[in-house]
Design a protein around this ligand. Sequence first.
Ligand code: TYD
Ligand code: MG
Length: 453
Amino acid sequence: MAKSRFIFMCLECGTSHERHMGRCPDCGTFNSLKEHRLGTASSEPTPRLAGESATAVSITQIEAREEDRMAIGMGEVDRVLGGGLVPGCGILLSGEPGVGKSTLLLQIAQAISSTGNRFLYITGEESAAQVRLRADRIGASSEELWLLPECDVEAIEQQILSIRPAVVGIDSIQTIRWEQIPAGAGGVVQVREVTSRLLALARREGIPMLMVGHVTKDGGVAGPRALEHMVDAVLQFEGERGHALRVLRGLKNRFGSTEEVGIFEMRSDGLIEVENPSGLLLGDRRHSSPGSAAAAVLEGSRPLLLEIQALVTPAAHGAPARKVSGIDSGRLSMLAAVLEKRLGIPLGGCDIHANAVGGVKLRGTAGDLALAAAILSSFHDRALPRDVIFAGEVGLLGEIRPVPGTRQRLEEAKRLGFQAACLAPGSLEGLPLDGMRIHETQELADLAKRFVE
Ligand code: TYD
Ligand code: MG
């Protein structure tokens, strides 16, 4: 028999907690938590088929076929998922407010329903009319796209069972509540409980479920972080305000790799899939100015070219500032320290601002060389040649190291009109690359000598 469970609610601020504490962690009041019992009606967390109890069987007898995956029909999303939706899977679509999660979910809904598969779009945030307006804008008008403006989890469960959609989308999980939990929607306990109920239903009925969850810049309060271990996949939607580029990244994926990313452009009529993002990213790189360098990085298995900018100025006062956008601040500090030590340039007395242009985050170490070149270029106030692409890691000794996939990165650069590449020695394993001049650079001193001194 299922045991009943308890949560603890603060009488002062109304938040719920999973264990008893002497002091409410949210409002700081002492002795304000009161025990509250949850019913067990349909809150069973482990899914079972009706009337069956689970028995162990040999793995060879379990039926699971790759063909059971349902392709969504949006190449960039299917790529990130590893081929499409698996029956009964739970997927969290997370991202900051305004990044385009609702738009993406609606476009997924349209793609699925336009092939005759019923999609139930549950909106707890916007009215059905608001969703309809957005749908008109992005051209989503399929008969099989069903809308349900509802926040109550029990009502949602009933509708799912009566409508029997092929896929369910929930926008957003933070707005859904279960009446038995006294605290308002959005608290950690609420969000976890409704998610676990909906995931159990998804598994029982074999219906894939896509849940939107908001995160804030610092990871979110009652946010999706608390749900990541419960769902099968976490897809994070990223982008910078004021930029059109959006990246869908798999942070966790039980059914595929987390290496792949999906790339989109946000336009007035919705998200457009971008197969060749480098053009978009380098598009506004007009002329060569001091502090700008082109980097060739890999996003998943795809090469991506982007502009790295640095601005080096005398420190205004006290400790020098290191400000970044789209670049890891630790990596910037490390590069500045290595440049100072190896080349003797006084960056300790300079503020450095560094930026990956276009709203993409520079990950890994392959952008080191471009960032170092941009810093040197700004420091010496000398522009780098516009047609050179940089790809390489910088070590603590100032040495330049090869990065994987160099040939692939350079093919992309060549396609976009770059004529020269600055690389670590041995990056191309001795094989030439037609149509590109290769500058092999052993260490930072060579880089400085060749381009800026
Ligand atoms: P939205 O999907 O509502 O974001 P989220 O659900 O993540 O909060 O969309 C966010 C922004 O995208 C919104 O400010 C307007 C813009 N947008 C477009 O530029 N074009 C479009 O076609 C749509 C639907 C939205
Ligand atoms: Mg939204």
